[in-house]
Design a protein around this ligand. Sequence first.
Ligand SMILES: Cc1cc2nc3c(=O)[nH]c(=O)nc-3n(C[C@H](O)[C@H](O)[C@H](O)COP(=O)(O)OP(=O)(O)OC[C@H]3O[C@@H](n4cnc5c(N)ncnc54)[C@H](O)[C@@H]3O)c2cc1C
Length: 420
Amino acid sequence: MAEYSLFSLVRNAFTGNRAWRPAWRAAEPKPSYDVIIVGGGGHGLATAYYLAKEHGIRDVAVLEKGWIGGGNVGRNTTIVRSNYLLPANSRFYEWSLKLWEGLSAELNYNVMFSQRGVLNLAHSPAQLDAYARRGNAMRLEGIDCELLDRNDVAAFVPGLDVSPDARFPVLGGLLQRRGGTARHDAVAWGFARAADRRGVDIVENCEVTGFLRDSGGRIVGVETTRGTVRAAKVGIAVAGSTSEVIRRAGIDRLPIESHVLQAFVSEPLKPILDTVVTFGAGHLYVSQSDKGGLVFGGDIDGYNSWAQRGNLPVVEDVASLLLTMFPSYGRLRLLRSWGGIMDMSMDGSPIITKGPLPGLYLNAGWCYGGFKATPGSGWCFAWTIAKDEPHPLNAAFTLDRFHAGAVIDERGAGPVPWHH
Ligand SMILES: Cc1cc2nc3c(=O)[nH]c(=O)nc-3n(C[C@H](O)[C@H](O)[C@H](O)COP(=O)(O)OP(=O)(O)OC[C@H]3O[C@@H](n4cnc5c(N)ncnc54)[C@H](O)[C@@H]3O)c2cc1C
């Protein structure tokens, strides 16, 4: 299925590029399906793909309110890593990272996954100790990582201010070489095309406005702006819209808040930064895209919002952190900024579960880190929907952990919606 071969490129160049087969069909919704996935972001599309591929469930519709790639999957800073402390998170994200490593071949679509390393900087002895602890926990799970000292960091990231009299001197860092970046919309398009080729209907411009229930209270379909669609099972994967969508099923409260997160890109430069660096004395992450722009971001804006754009104080905060790390970037111009709506859970860990109503399945709570989870999340959610039980990799990501007190609190900092 090599659709983008050199031969096809040349042939289409001579025929006015009119003969390309669409990457996915513009499907009309059928009256009923075995499974409906609400939300055509990375997680919804990956779920549909793995339902078809791993479980042979092909009578699937992905219902997307807007267009494929218009949500967070096309708005993120594309960092992929598995450097987590707690076993539930590190096992799940490591499985996702392993899927990333074969994803371009799996989808026959170049998702431009680049394992250029992710380096978390430490600026105090206590922080370096914490990274050593995290690194040891990762190694116990068989995950690669290296603890770097200041000289190693200086050699690994030229241009970084590692001088001892810097405002936040760099003492070292935790490096995961298998981490890196990918091309975000290629991930959406690759999963969409691969799911479509296996028979999944991808229905764009189709907002789910309500849920159908039978007399026993089981969810048996959805109301949409394009009519009623019935299904044996309905999975929700709408990221920042989770609380709004699930309210339409009669559930008023989830342990999730919606917040805006901004991202920024500079004018393009020649290659200057060939890894991902995060600043440990504040919240800042930066990498360089293949087009040359420095892509960076920081904290959520700090108030609940469903607007896909943010405010100026965060722009100033994030830009000043970037210059603290790399003073020479001060001469760059900012090209663009944008925002996405994040589904922030109260322990910084996700929810991939059967329920909370019969016939309903929920995938949410991705906080800052859902892009890297895309293949792993789709794989586990498809398993949960197909088998009506969680895979061991997502068994801890239940909704009732918040009632039971079994939270997966990666930061150990209590129930606030700004973790990941
Ligand atoms: C600025 C920014 C930077 C980020 N950086 C990173 C990063 O570096 N690394 C990382 O791992 N993660 C990152 N993330 C997080 C990551 O992008 C998200 O966690 C992840 O993309 C969420 O899953 P998704 O792709 O399925 O979401 P989305 O793409 O948002 O998909 C949800 C879809 O549901 C649709 N929808 C909503 N309501 C309805 C409805 N009623 N009916 C039908 N469809 C509906 C939406 O239109 C949307 O397309 C970042 C996010 C942002 C915003």
